[in-house]
Design a protein around this ligand. Structure first.
Ligand code: MIC
Ligand code: SF4
Length: 638
C-alpha cells in the first residue's frame, strides 16, 4: 500500500489495533503539552496516578490563558503548575513566553513524532508533519504516565492545494474555504493531510491551516516535512530535528478534496459558527467597532509583520479599537528587531501580552451589539464575553486594512507587501524553566486548588431532562470561559455555578435541586474546546447521560472518562418527541453490554425509543466504575 504521511506516523507509533478506518487503535505518545486553564486538572490527575516522573520524551506546561490575574486564584494556579512541573520532570513555560502552540512550534515540534495536548488546537503542530491531537486533561495525564492514547483509526482525507495564492489572500482564507466546504462537523474522525502546491506556504502559514482544522472537528491535520520545514528548523537553531517526511507517490487516501488557490478570495466567518463563511467582498463596507489580531491561529512573525506593513504610516480609524497579541516572546523580539513594532505602536494599535488574551475572553469584551473582527479561530455565541456582539473571523490582512478604514475591507484591493520569514531570530529559552525534580512535598497548592470530583459507579438512570438543546452546542456554551470564570478552573464546585449559564441561567439551581438529570442535544454536541471542565461540571451537577444526535470527538471522550454516558439516537427524529422536563428511564442500563442498543422509556410522553452507546468494552467498564480514575484506582488496589 502506498502510504500517506499520517499513516506512516501512526504505523510507527502503533501499540495495538488494526489500522482500518473506525477500528480502535492505541498509539504511543512521544510528547505532551498542557496549558494553565486545563493543566491544573491534568496535573492533579497525574498526581493521583502515583508515578514518580513523566515517562514521555518531552512534556511542557504552558501558562498562556489566565495571565492577568485579579485576586489570588490564577497566581495560585501558576505556582502549583510550576512546582508540580518541577517535581515530575516537565518543562514550565512562564506567562508571557507565548501561546503554547506557537512556542511549541518554534522550540519543540519535531517531524514524525506524536504530540498529545490538553488543548483542542494542539494540531497546530501538524505544520511540522506531526500527529498532534487535542484531548482532555485526563488523557494527557495518562500519556505523561507513559500510557498509549486510544482513538478510532481516522479516515485520512487528502486536501490538495492547487495553484498560487493571489495578493491579499492568505492561509487563513484557505482554511476558511475548507470550513465553508466541509462544515464544523465535516472533519469528525478524519485526519486532513495537505499536499499539492504547498512550497509557497511557510511553517506559520501551514500552522494556521492545521490550527483551524480543529474547527472542522478533525482529529488532526498535517503537512509534509520538506525544504520549508528544514529552513524553519534551521532558523530555530535546531537543524538536527529535521527529517524529510513525504507521502509516497500515489499514496492512498480515504477521500480527496481540491482547493483551487488561483480562484480563492479573502474570506470571513460570520457569527456564530466558524463555518458560516462568505467572501469578504460580500460584507465590504460594514462598520467595525473592534479588531483583535493574534491568537494561536494568526500571531506569527510573518502575520504581524504583514499587519505592520499595512499599518505603516497610517493610523487606526477613530471609531475602532485595535489590539494586537503576539504569539510569543520570540515573535515580539523579532518584530522589535525588524522595526515593525515601532510601526504598530505608531499606528495606535493597543499592544497586549504574548498570550491568548481576548480569544478566551480575558479582556476586550466588545461593546453591546458590536461588530468585532478577529483573526482568531472561534466565534461561538458569547465566547467574547458580550452576547449581543457579532464576531467575524478574518485574516490578519483583512483585519489590519479594516482597522484603518473602519469598515470591512478587502485586502486583495489594497497595496502592501506580504512579509516573509526573518533572516535570523534570537533563540532565547530563558522563560522555559527546566525541572529540578523537587520533592512532592514541595508542590504548592494554594486555597484555589481543590481536589477534582469523581463520580459514583453507574446505577439506574430514571431522571428529568434538565435541558433540551439544538445542534452545534459548543463547550463554550456548556462551560463558558472569560475573565470572571477562568480563575475557577481548579475549583469544580465553584465553576459549576456557571455551567450552561449562557444558555439557561437557571440550569445550575435546577440541577442542584434535581440532584440527577439528563441532557438532550442535537448534532455535534460539545464541539470546540477540549476543556474537560465541560464534562467535570456536568458530572458534578449530577448529569448521568447525554442523549444527542451526534457528539464532537474530544467532549464525548471527556464524558466517558468522567463516567457520563454519551448516547446517540438510533432514529434522529426521536429527538423531536422529547420535551425539556420529561422523565426518562434508561432501561437496564447497569447491564449495558458491547454492541447492544439501549431502550429509553419516556414516562411523561409514554413512548419508547432506542439509543446507541457505541462504547468499547474498556469504555463500558469505565462508565460502570464511574470514570477512568475510579477504574485505575480499582486496578491499583488489586
Ligand atoms: C479554547 O480555545 O477554547 C481553549 C481555551 O484554548 C480551549 C482550552 C480550554 O478551554 O482551556 C481549547 O481549545 O481546548
Ligand atoms: Fe488560546 Fe485562543 Fe488558541 Fe485557545 S484558541 S489556545 S484560547 S489563542
Amino acid at each position: 500500500m502506498k502510504k500517506s504521511i499520517a499513516r506512516k506516523i501512526i504505523e510507527s507509533h502503533l501499540v495495538s489495533g488494526e489500522m482500518t478506518c473506525g477500528s480502535p487503535i492505541q498509539i504511543k505518545i512521544d510528547t505532551t503539552l498542557t496549558q494553565d486553564a486545563t493543566g491544573t486538572m491534568a496535573y492533579l490527575q497525574l498526581e493521583a496516578l502515583g508515578i514518580n516522573r513523566v515517562k514521555t520524551m518531552h512534556s511542557v506546561s504552558y501558562v498562556d490563558h489566565n495571565t492577568l490575574q485579579n485576586g489570588f486564584m490564577n497566581a495560585d494556579d501558576h505556582k502549583y503548575l510550576q512546582t508540580v512541573a518541577s517535581a515530575y520532570g516537565v518543562d514550565y513555560s512562564k506567562a508571557g513566553n507565548g501561546i503554547c502552540h506557537q512556542v511549541n512550534l518554534e522550540r519543540f515540534d519535531i517531524p514524525g513524532q506524536t504530540l498529545l495536548g490538553s488543548d483542542s488546537h494542539t494540531p497546530t503542530a501538524g505544520a511540522m508533519a506531526m500527529i498532534a491531537i487535542g484531548a482532555g486533561g485526563l488523557d494527557v495525564a495518562l500519556a505523561m504516565a507513559g500510557m498509549p492514547y486510544s482513538l478510532k483509526m481516522p479516515k485520512i482525507i487528502n486536501v490538495q492545494l492547487k495553484g498560487t495564492l493571489h495578493h491579499g489572500v492568505s492561509a487563513k482564507d484557505i482554511i476558511l474555504k475548507v470550513l465553508q466546504k466541509l462544515s464544523v462537523k465535516g472533519g469528525v474522525e478524519c485526519i486532513m493531510e495537505y499536499t499539492g502546491d504547498i512550497k509557497q506556504l511557510s511553517i506559520p502559514e501551514r500552522s494556521t491551516i492545521c490550527n483551524m482544522g480543529a474547527e472542522l472537528g478533525a482529529t488532526t491535520s498535517l503537512f509534509p516535512s520538506d525544504e520549508v520545514t528544514k529552513e524553519f528548523l534551521t532558523l530555530q537553531k535546531r537543524p538536527e530535528d529535521y527529517i524529510e517526511l513525504l507521502p509516497d507517490e500515489d499514496a492512498e487516501y480515504d477521500d480527496i478534496i481540491e482547493i483551487n488557490l488561483d480562484q480563492l478570495k479573502p474570506m470571513v466567518a460570520k457569527p456564530h459558527q466558524p463555518d458560516n463563511v462568505v467572501e469578504v467582498s460580500e460584507l465590504k463596507g460594514m462598520k467595525v467597532d473592534q479588531i483583535c489580531i493574534g491568537s494561536c491561529t494568526n500571531s506569527s512573525f510573518t502575520d504581524l509583520a504583514t499587519v505592520a506593513n499595512i499599518l505603516k504610516d497610517k493610523t487606526v480609524h477613530p471609531d475602532v479599537s485595535l489590539t494586537i497579541s503576539f504569539g510569543s516572546k520570540q515573535v515580539l523580539r523579532a518584530l522589535a528587531a525588524s522595526g515593525h513594532l515601532e510601526t504598530l505602536i505608531a499606528s495606535g494599535a493597543r499592544l497586549l501580552e504574548s498570550t491568548c488574551g481576548p480569544c478566551i475572553g480575558m479582556g476586550q469584551s466588545p461593546k453591546t451589539d458590536a461588530v468585532s473582527l478577529r483573526t482568531f479561530n472561534r466565534n461561538f455565541f458569547g465566547r467574547s464575553g458580550t452576547s449581543s456582539a457579532g464576531i467575524y473571523l478574518v485574516s490578519p490582512e483583512t483585519a489590519a486594512l479594516s482597522a484603518i478604514t473602519g469598515v470591512i475591507s478587502d485586502p486583495s484591493e489594497a497595496e502592501f507587501t506580504k512579509a516573509s520569514m526573518p533572516e535570523s531570530i534570537v533563540v532565547d529559552d530563558s522563560m522555559i524553566l527546566k525541572p529540578e525534580f523537587i520533592s512532592k512535598q514541595q508542590i504548592i497548592k494554594g486555597p484555589n486548588i481543590k481536589p477534582f470530583p469523581v463520580k459514583r459507579p453507574l446505577s439506574d438512570i430514571h431522571d428529568e431532562v434538565l435541558l433540551k438543546l439544538e445542534d452545534n452546542i459548543s463547550t463554550d456554551h456548556i462551560m463558558p470561559a472569560g475573565a470572571s470564570i477562568l480563575p475557577y478552573r481548579s475549583n469544580i464546585e465553584k465553576l459549576s455555578e456557571f455551567c450552561f449559564h449562557v444558555v439557561d441561567p437557571t440550569f445550575h439551581a435546577r440541577a442542584l435541586a434535581a440532584k440527577n438529570g439528563i441532557i438532550v442535544a442535537g448534532e455535534n454536541y460539545g464541539q470546540g474546546s477540549s476543556r474537560e471542565h465541560a464534562a467535570l461540571t456536568v458530572m458534578h451537577l449530577g448529569i448521568e447521560a447525554v442523549l444527542a444526535k451526534s457528539f464532537a470527538r474530544i467532549h464525548r471522550q471527556n464524558l466517558i472518562n468522567n463516567g457520563v454516558l454519551p448516547l446517540t439516537f438510533l432514529h434522529a427524529e426521536d429527538y423531536d418527541s422529547i420535551q425539556q422536563g420529561d422523565i426518562l428511564e434508561i432501561k437496564d442500563v447497569t447491564n449495558i453490554t458491547k454492541d447492544k442498543c439501549l431502550t429509553v422509556y419516556n414516562h411523561t410522553q409514554n413512548n419508547e425509543f432506542t439509543v446507541l452507546h457505541l462504547l468499547t468494552q474498556k469504555e463500558i467498564n469505565m462508565i460502570k466504575d464511574g470514570g477512568l480514575l475510579n477504574q485505575l484506582k480499582k486496578q491499583l488496589q488489586k
